[in-house]
Design a binder for this molecule. Structure first.
Ligand code: ZN
Length: 326
């Protein structure tokens, strides 16, 4: 295999829905997205649903044709994840899909969902089961022809206030991350509790290199970002197409400031398109292809060096998924 100018060794593997792939095959990767969300009975009808196979597959093919190779799907079990559809979409498009285990905000689950009654040990066992054996919905008993699909990372969601976060879930996720060395993508409410949650996980022996703080560009505080990056934590940015967060004023200068400070190895770029309006073939939005396409182009136009672009679009997330500390 051609060894590019890359910080990622090619001896380690990343778990995708189709099985393990060598880390070098990951290629340009959307670090946080949603490509399938089933409707969840008993939840708010306004919650996002993404369940149109043909246009989503077309979208993934467009992503591939623009140079995108992989994508992390951030929908955990119980709130609309469907590992069987993720596998079918990956097969239909050629895009590597990395599925997650973990938990989302409580509002996305039916009221009596069993996950929220689990103690920390049960959460750990459940997450490790989905990592080592199969996502729950891909091994439904008695269904012929289903293929077990494994999780490749852990995704959790924080509330805005620490008191509102479910401690058993956090405790369970920490132990599962410690045990498996997989990354934890942490949904933050506009960057809230970023330092607290990282300290929480590090106190439980989770390496800072396993931590990915999501949506941090919604809190474009350069000195906070540098403090986190200095510890080895990854920062995920995804407001490229969210006018509400004024990406021109906040996100783009933030990317440049973090690179100028020497922390390009700590940035993960994504588009987080959980809503149909963002999809090209469903809502006439920018679509999944925008990351390898327009966004990559804009990074070049702004004079960001190619090596830094490659770190932000593929090497950083690849290293993290493969469990390579640096
Ligand atoms: Zn998301």
């Amino acid at each position: 295999m051609k060894k590019e100018n890359s910080s990622v060794p090619d001896r380690q593997f990343i778990m995708t829905v189709k099985g393990p792939i060598p880390v070098q095959q990951l290629g340009i990767t959307d670090g946080h997205n949603h490509i399938w969300i089933d409707a969840v009975p008993g939840t708010d009808a306004a919650n996002p649903i993404l369940d149109q196979f043909a246009p989503i597959a077309a979208e993934l093919i467009e992503f591939f044709l623009n140079g995108g190779r992989s994508l992390l799907d951030c929908q955990p079990y119980g709130c609309g994840r469907n590992g069987n559809q993720l596998l079918a979409l990956s097969k239909a498009s050629g895009v590597h899909v990395v599925a997650c285990t973990g938990f989302h905000h409580r509002k996305y689950y039916p009221q009596q969902h069993a996950f929220w009654d689990m103690n920390a040990q049960q959460v750990t066992d459940f997450l490790i089961g989905e990592i080592r054996y199969a996502l729950s919905e891909t091994v439904t008993k008695g269904t012929v022809g289903m293929e077990p699909v494994k999780a490749g990372f852990i995704k959790i969601a924080l509330e805005a206030e620490w008191e509102d976060c479910t401690k058993a879930a956090l405790e369970g996720a920490a132990a599962a991350a410690y045990e498996t060395h997989l990354p934890i993508e942490i949904h933050t409410e506009k960057g809230a509790l970023a330092e607290e949650i990282c300290q929480y996980f590090m106190d439980r022996q989770v390496s800072p290199c396993q931590l990915i703080l999501c949506h941090m560009d919604k809190k474009p505080d350069v000195s906070l970002h540098k403090t986190l990056a200095e510890q080895g934590i990854l920062l995920e940015y995804d407001t490229f197409y969210r006018p509400k967060y004024e990406p021109q004023k906040n996100l783009w200068p933030l990317i440049e400031a973090i690179i100028d400070a020497g922390f390009e190895k700590n940035i993960v770029l994504a588009t987080d398109m959980a809503d149909r309006e963002s999809y090209h073939f469903i809502g006439n939005g920018p679509g999944l292809a925008s990351l390898p396409g327009e966004i990559q182009e804009r990074l070049k136009e702004r004079g960001i060096p190619e090596w830094a672009i490659q770190q932000m679009l593929k090497d950083n997330i690849a290293r993290c998924l493969a469990g390579i500390d640096y």
